[in-house]
Design a protein around this ligand. Structure first.
Ligand code: MG
Length: 209
């Protein structure tokens, strides 16, 4: 029997541009951990619904999520993409350019925390955040997202169930503990309204009050 996720995938035709991105990631020997296709669609929908003109993503990888976000931006909207690895940012930039968004995306290289601090100093503010990077820093990324958010901004975090490990009391790895703190804060922070979608690897969505 097919899984519900397989069934949903069967309803939608494949996306040639995003298929190209996945092939590019494979060819480059990069990790094949792009966001699930249906969550990619959800990113586009959320960005569209918020009439978003400024988005920030933490973790570019090959540009899959970047394209999904850019597709929803208002005309002339901007995406800032933070990426640790220069090589990954090059690949992502190539894919974003091929998808027609090369002029709208700005990549910032290196560790995300100093980049976030710099954006704060510059007075940058965003309407949409996508967190999809090293799990240990998720709580820090959440705090920065709230700090850099316009009122009403959305914050989306990927992989927040960590293949179920967050729910397993026997797992005490640092990254899992950090994700539990992230999830607890998303759920209880008085500055946020939120939910956590359980399909795939978990997707957290919060709105900054
Ligand atoms: Mg991810």
């Amino acid at each position: 029997m097919n899984t519900p996720e397989d069934y949903i995938s069967s309803l939608y035709s494949t996306d040639p541009m995003l298929e190209k991105v996945l092939a590019g990631i494979r060819e480059q020997g990069m990790p094949e951990i792009s966001i699930a296709p249906q969550y990619g669609k959800l990113l586009t929908l959320l960005v569209l619904a918020g009439r978003t003109s400024s988005a920030l993503e933490i973790g570019a990888l090959g540009g899959y999520s970047g394209i999904c976000i850019a597709r929803g931006l208002t005309p002339g909207g901007r995406l800032v993409s933070l990426e640790l690895e220069e090589r990954y940012a090059q690949v992502a930039k190539g894919h974003l350019t091929e998808a027609g968004f090369g002029e709208q995306v700005e990549f910032r290289l290196g560790e995300a925390l100093p980049s976030l601090e710099k954006l704060g100093e510059e007075g940058a503010r965003f309407d949409f955040f996508f967190i999809d990077a090293d799990k240990t820093n998720y709580p820090n990324y959440l705090e920065w997202a709230i700090r850099l958010a316009n009122s009403g901004a959305l914050i989306v975090g990927d992989n927040t169930l960590m293949r179920g490990r967050v729910a397993d009391p026997n797992v005490s790895a640092g990254s899992v503990q950090a994700m539990r703190r992230f999830n607890e804060q998303i759920a209880s922070d008085p500055r946020l309204d939120s939910t956590l979608l359980p399909a795939y690897d978990g997707l957290s969505i919060a709105r900054v009050r």
